[in-house]
Design a protein around this ligand. Structure first.
Ligand SMILES: NC(=O)c1ccc[n+]([C@@H]2O[C@H](COP(=O)([O-])OP(=O)(O)OC[C@H]3O[C@@H](n4cnc5c(N)ncnc54)[C@H](O)[C@@H]3O)[C@@H](O)[C@H]2O)c1
Length: 283
C-alpha cells in the first residue's frame, strides 16, 4: 500500500507541525480538531510558519502556495474515511486516545495505518482497542516539528514488520531521521529528558535557584541550547505532568514522582507558552 492521503488529528502545536511537514513533503493532508477555534488557530499557525520560511528564503512563494493547497481543515472524524494513514496528536491521556482509536478503527479504511504521536503512552495498549493492532504504531515527533529531525518509531507488541517499514519510509520522505525504540514507558527520549525537567522543577520548588538561574546553569554549564524550564514551558506543563505520571506508574518507581510544583502550575492553568504563563510569562 502506498501512503498518499494523510489525516492528522489534533491541531495543537504538534498536530499543526506534523500536518505542515506532511503537506510540504507532497502528501494530501487533512488537519482535524474537535475544537473549531483550535483548528482555525492550527491552520493559521501553519500559514505563519510558511510565511516565515519564505521571508528567510528557505522556501519559495510557490512552495508555500502548493503546501497550503495540499492542506484542508476537517472538523469531522468521519473524514478519516478514504485516508491511508492517520496520525493523532490529541491530548496525552489514555482514555481520550483509546476512544479516538476505537472510533477511527470503525471509520478508516481497512488498509489504513493508525499512528499515535504520544510522548509516553503504551502503543500496545492503544493498539489493543482496535481490530488492527498490527497496523497501529507510535510515531513520536519532536517539538517544533518542522525544525527537529528525530522521529522515534515505536512498535507495539503486535505491530507488523510491514507497518514498521511503511512508517520508516514515510519518516524518510518527510526528511526526518527515524529511530526504532521499544514500547516502554517514556520510550527513549522522554525517559531521559523528563526526569531532568522534573528535577529542574524540584530545584525551583526547594529554593535552590530561580528558573532563570537554573536555565543559565544548564545552558552555560552543560551547553544545552535551551534551559530545562524554558523547554518545559515550550512542551506544555500539562504534557510534562502526564509523561511523569506515565513513568511513575509504568515503572512503579518513586524516582519518577512528579514535582508538586508542576502539579500546582497545571492545576492553576499555567501550562507554559501555550497558555501565556508557565515558569515564564509570554505575551
Ligand atoms: N508538546 C510537545 O512538545 C510534544 C512533543 C512530542 C509529542 N507530544 C504529544 O503530542 C500530543 C499533542 O500534544 P500538543 O502539545 O500538540 O497538545 P495541544 O494541547 O497543543 O493540542 C492538542 C489538540 O488536540 C485537540 N483534541 C483533543 N481531543 C481531541 C479529539 N478527540 N479529537 C480531535 N481533536 C482533539 C485539542 O482541541 C487540541 O487542539 C500529545 O500526545 C503529546 O504527548 C507533544
Amino acid at each position: 500500500m502506498e501512503i498518499k492521503k494523510i489525516m492528522v488529528i489534533g491541531a495543537g502545536q504538534m498536530g499543526a507541525g506534523i500536518a505542515q511537514v506532511c503537506a510540504q513533503a507532497g502528501y494530501d493532508v487533512l488537519l482535524n480538531d474537535m475544537n473549531e477555534k483550535a483548528l482555525d488557530q492550527g491552520m493559521k499557525n501553519i500559514e505563519k510558519h510558511l510565511t516565515r520560511a519564505v521571508d528567510k528564503q528557505r522556501i519559495s512563494d510557490q512552495d508555500k502556495a502548493e503546501t497550503l493547497a495540499r492542506l484542508t481543515a476537517s472538523s469531522q472524524l468521519e473524514d478519516a474515511e478514504g485516508r491511508d494513514f492517520v496520525i493523532e496528536a490529541v491530548v496525552e491521556n489514555m482514555d481520550v486516545k483509546a476512544k479516538l482509536f476505537r472510533d477511527l478503527d470503525t471509520i478508516a479504511p481497512k488498509h489504513a495505518i493508525l499512528a499515535s504521536n504520544t510522548s509516553s503512552l503504551p502503543i500496545t495498549e492503544i493498539a489493543a482497542v482496535t481490530e488492527r493492532p498490527d497496523q497501529v504504531i507510535g510515531m513520536h515527533f519532536m517539538n517544533p516539528v518542522p525544525v527537529m529531525k528525530l522521529v522515534e518509531i515505536i512498535r507495539g507488541l503486535q505491530t507488523s514488520d510491514e507497518t514498521y517499514q511503511q512508517v520508516e519510509a514515510l519518516t524518510n520522505e518527510l526528511k526526518k531521521a527515524p529511530v526504532e525504540v521499544a514500547d516502554f514507558p517514556g520510550f527513549a527520549a522522554n525517559r531521559i529528558l523528563m526526569p531532568m525537567i522534573n528535577e529542574a522543577i524540584y530545584t525551583v520548588y526547594e529554593g535552590v535557584a530561580s528558573p532563570e538561574d537554573i536555565d543559565t546553569v544548564m545552558k552555560l554549564g552543560m551547553n544545552h541550547p535551551m534551559g530545562p524550564l524554558t523547554l518545559a514551558d515550550f512542551i506544555g506543563l500539562d504534557t510534562c505532568l502526564y509523561i511523569m505520571e506515565v513513568l511513575y506508574e509504568g515503572f512503579s518507581d518513586s524516582k519518577y514522582r512528579p514535582c508538586p510544583l508542576l502539579r500546582k502550575y497545571v492545576k492553576a492553568g499555567w501550562l507554559g507558552k501555550k497558555s501565556g504563563r508557565g515558569f515564564y510569562q509570554y505575551t
